[in-house]
Design a protein around this ligand. Structure first.
Ligand code: NAD
Length: 477
């Protein structure tokens, strides 16, 4: 029998098993076989991890270090992430099926960049000074919040974890990260690298396990946790917020989406088709930001659809380890069954796509789906897009805003005034015009309504991961 790699918890600087030795298998969704074993934590391990993080915060050097010293260690971690890019990319690919070329070419470099950015941002950030008319002077200090529980999803495992861990560490907090049970491996590797970089024991802990009645729930109910940062489904966000409220623990939520993508007749159709394909089919559609509701101005609908369907059919489906692969399997059997349900029961007409082999869903394009149908309204989180015509700008904006979600939207037009006008009217946290997925790490990232609470990025991350303190001084005259 081939021995499989093991990924333990990382608690207080040690890689450990659970107290009862429990483990779970991580299933490779391409082979549909277990490829690794992972420590299965519960309340006892959550307690150990929070205890370690608490001690490291209350007594250890990390929150007391200067920004430059802390930043240097975080940069060293980024160096190690880059040096271990192949190992990290393969771990995410084997855990959740994403093409290894995407993981290595995009997710890992973005992860390293996030650590570098937040290390520098914290060091260079300015704070308010407020000269007062009363003979006083006020200024703001941004002090670390304490112990951060970070709960992550499986779709961009390493990269999304870095959105939480990097700013939390850079601002002097200690962290317990619970990766998704479908994508555990890269988190352990990351924490091993953090220790190698010299980040002290207990500062960055990784706790493996499930969500409800398991490691995740134990973290959200622990009163010693000062912040909970969560990315995942809107329903889970509601549960976590309810638990956190009992301890008045502040929560940041990055939740689901059903992104509207508006293509106007005055768009450059080459650009619109290219980005619209990326917006829905990247990562097999398992993207919170997916442009899953396409609205196309009726006068260009036929031409757009011809090109869009042809481009969708050209995408290469296959083994995530093959560098040519663009679409791999969905992340797990459970998730595949969910997406399969939407595809099999889809209202409207399927122009291309459907089910593939194993846990693969082919790029699927649906037209004529009624506005209130499940495929049109609900987050599918797979490579499934509905295309709906519109006749006026007002109609397009109203359709885009007709969703409980508000994470992002895309607008394709060559008309500058229209681009600004529409961006201002869309109820979503990020509007991409003639592009998709382009990020400036200083910009706010997050959602309106059911898509979340709060924002990540630059100063927005600082707001969440610190306790801003006002110091008011009398000036002797
Ligand atoms: P999920 O909500 O099922 O799980 C996310 C994490 O929460 C996992 O680590 C899970 O173990 C944990 N969890 C589940 N129940 C819990 C509980 N009761 N208490 C504590 N922890 C619990 O989400 P998922 O299926 O892993 O991810 C897909 C979802 O994430 C989609 O809805 C997607 O849109 C969303 N997402 C949002 C963003 C964003 O930035 N807004 C980014 C990526 C994914």
């Amino acid at each position: 029998m081939v021995s499989r790699p093991f990924f333990g918890h990382i608690i207080d600087g040690e890689e450990v098993e659970s107290a009862d030795g429990a483990r779970f298998d991580s299933i490779d969704p391409w082979t549909r076989e277990p490829w690794a074993e992972v420590a299965l934590g519960g309340a006892a391990e959550a307690d150990r991890a929070v205890t370690a993080a608490r001690r490291a915060f209350d007594e250890g050097p990390w929150p007391r270090m200067g920004f430059a010293e802390r930043g240097a260690l975080i940069h060293r971690l980024a160096d190690l992430i880059e040096a271990h890019a192949a190992e990290l990319a393969l771990a995410d690919s084997r855990d959740m099926g994403k093409p290894v070329a995407d993981a290595k070419g995009k997710d890992v470099p973005r992860t390293a960049q996030n650590f570098r950015f937040f290390a520098d941002h914290a060091r260079l950030a300015m704070a308010e000074t407020l000269p007062m008319d009363t003979g006083h002077h006020a200024y703001t200090r941004y002090e670390p919040a304490g112990v951060v529980a970070a709960i992550a999803p499986w779709n961009f495992p390493l990269m999304l974890e870095s959105w939480k861990v990097a700013p939390a560490l850079a601002w002097g907090n200690t962290v317990v990260l619970k990766p998704a049970e479908d994508s555990p491996a890269s988190a352990t590797i990351l924490a091993r690298l953090a220790l190698e970089a010299g980040i002290p024991p207990g500062v960055f802990n990784v706790l493996h396990g499930y969500g409800p009645e398991s490691a995740g729930a134990a973290l959200t109910t622990d009163p010693r946790v000062d912040r909970i940062t969560f990315t995942g489904e809107s329903g889970t966000g509601r549960i976590i917020t309810g638990e956190a409220a009992k301890n008045l623990t502040p929560v940041s939520l990055e939740l689901g989406g059903k992104g509207a993508n508006l293509v106007f007749a005055d768009a450059d159709l080459d650009i619109a088709v290219d980005w619209s394909i990326k917006a829905i089919f990247t990562n097999a559609g398992q993207v919170c930001l997916a442009g899953s509701r396409l609205y196309v101005e009726r006068t260009v609908l036929e031409e757009f659809l011809d090109r869009f369907v042809a481009a969708a059919e050209k995408l290469v489906i296959g083994d995530p380890r093959d560098p040519a692969t663009q679409i791999g399997p969905l992340a797990s059997q459970t998730h595949y069954e969910k997406v399969r349900g939407y595809v099999e029961n889809a209202a409207g007409k399927m122009l291309t796509g459907g089910l593939g082999d194993g846990w693969v869903v082919k790029p699927t394009v649906i037209v004529d789906a009624p506005a209130d149908s499940a495929v049109q309204c609900e987050e599918i989180f797979g490579p499934v897009v509905t295309v709906t015509p519109f006749d006026t700008e007002a109609e397009a904006v109203a359709a885009a805003n007709d969703s409980p979600y508000g994470l992002n939207a895309m607008v394709f037009t060559e008309n500058l005034s229209r681009a600004h006008r529409v961006a201002a009217q869309l109820r979503a946290g990020t509007i991409w015009t003639n592009c998709f997925f382009i990020r400036d790490l200083r910009a706010p990232f997050g959602g309106f309504a059911d898509s979340g609470w709060g924002r990540e990025g630059g100063n927005f991350s600082r707001e969440f991961f610190t306790e801003p303190k006002a110091v008011v001084m009398a000036i002797a005259t």
